[in-house]
Design a binder for this molecule. Structure first.
Ligand SMILES: Cc1cc2nc3c(=O)[nH]c(=O)nc-3n(C[C@H](O)[C@H](O)[C@H](O)COP(=O)(O)OP(=O)(O)OC[C@H]3O[C@@H](n4cnc5c(N)ncnc54)[C@H](O)[C@@H]3O)c2cc1C
Length: 373
């Protein structure tokens, strides 16, 4: 006989933890099984923004931006010590692929969707920007906008949500190897082991929140599912210098957006890249071409260029994007999540596909809705 739970969640990323927190608050007995440590996957390798996603407006993802901005305020209220709303600067140059008026329209929508007048976007005088961002080129500068969004430490945020779940009685098992998943008589039976030994767990519902590993987990344990994902890697480099006083988004010649974000007092994070990955998630690694690309992007705007020698760290995350028939432009693929439900031997198997750090509360609510009372 094993220990009985209402729900077992696979994966302690931000989504698994947020789901576990909400279900535990609702009085459910929940276990989270994590093969490594809390937040070790995508949830500690993101761009660390709690944001609506201004650039998603361009690809018509209005619903996602609206939902994310709502979740941004809720997360800020819940974790004010971990999420700070800070200014983001958007300089537009004569040769920027997107004209300034297009950005102004986008920001207007962003303001309307956020519904928080104190965070309204505004134009900044060029002289003021040049004074403040003294290391950034001013030649060809046409307009500068400033708007507000959230910045966090993604790992600390994920750990805090896990901690909140545990405070409500949830059991989180880290370094947990799942040996077998069986379904029988309306129950899922999981045999697993961790540092404390071997365990048998039983539950009524199984929730797969293993992020970019979701397809691999489904295949390994033969779990029912209706979607597949495309894994898109994104790397960031950490520069051991203060390059900018505030967060800044810039346009690349190839129509992409990249950013420079002040980090830990004396460093700057530059990100990010997008590449479709076909192999196993664990084999995906930072490539020299990724580093060269980000250095090139930054040097297009920095008065004093950076080189590989200035890099003190890199990190890589994988976006699990829901597969569509045709993948033409990775940049425009939806960043929204999808909750998928299947049944196996009378057990509800709930799959959490995709999503953002920012939308973890909405994701958790949708999963809880499917779990039911
Ligand atoms: C480059 C990049 C930048 C991003 N920037 C932002 C941003 O600025 N803001 C934002 O809101 N979102 C951002 N995102 C999206 C966000 O990071 C993710 O949506 C979020 O972290 C996903 O969380 P998750 O819990 O679904 O997955 P993960 O955090 O990856 O968690 C999945 C967990 O499952 C575990 N697991 C895997 N296999 C097993 C198994 N067999 N058994 C048990 N456990 C298993 C893994 O170890 C992992 O801990 C970014 C993503 C990327 C890739």
């Amino acid at each position: 006989m094993g220990e009985n739970f209402d729900c077992i969640v696979l994966g302690a990323g931000i989504n698994g933890c947020a789901v576990a927190r909400l279900l535990s608050e609702q009085g459910k007995k929940v276990a989270v099984l994590e093969r490594k440590t809390i937040g070790c996957g995508t949830s500690s390798n993101s761009s660390k923004l709690i944001h609506g996603g201004l650039r998603y407006l361009e690809s018509g993802q209005f619903g996602l931006v609206k939902k994310s901005l709502k979740d941004r305020s809720r997360l800020c209220e819940l974790y004010p010590d971990l999420i700070k709303i800070v200014p983001f600067y958007l300089p537009v140059y004569e040769d920027s692929p997107r004209p300034w008026w297009m950005i102004r329209i986008g920001l207007r929508f962003y303001d309307i969707f956020s519904g928080e007048p104190s965070y309204a976007a505004r134009s900044i005088r060029k002289e003021e920007f040049i004074r403040r961002f003294s290391g950034i080129k001013s030649t060809g500068l046409k307009k500068v906008f400033m708007y507000f969004d959230g910045k966090t430490d993604d790992l600390l945020l994920t750990r805090r949500i896990a901690h909140d779940a545990e405070a409500e009685g949830c059991v989180v098992k880290e370094n947990c190897v799942i040996d077998d998943i069986k379904f029988d008589a309306k129950q899922v039976l999981i045999s697993c082991r961790d540092d404390e030994g071997e365990h048998s767990l039983l539950a009524k519902h199984l929730i797969n929140a293993s992020g970019p590993w979701i397809d691999e987990v489904n295949e390994c344990y033969d779990l029912p599912h209706n979607y597949h994902i495309v894994n898109v890697s994104g790397i960031h480099i950490i520069i051991d210098k203060v390059l900018v006083p505030d967060c800044m988004f810039l346009q690349t010649a190839d129509q992409r957006i990249f950013f420079m974000i002040p980090w830990k007092d004396k460093q700057t994070i530059i990100g990010t890249t997008e590449r479709m990955e076909n192999g196993a998630c664990d084999d995906v690694a930072v490539k020299k071409e990724d580093i060269d690309y980000l250095i090139r992007c930054a040097n297009d705007y920095l008065l004093e260029g950076i080189s590989e020698g200035d890099i003190c760290g890199t990190f890589l995350g994988i976006r699990p994007l829901i597969m569509k028939k045709q993948v033409s432009d990775l940049n425009r693929m939806s960043r929204d999540y999808k909750i998928d439900v299947s049944y196996k031997d009378g057990v509800k198997v709930i799959q959490v596909y995709g999503g953002k750090l920012t939308t973890c509360l909405s994701t958790a609510e949708e999963v809880a809705g499917v779990v039911g009372s």
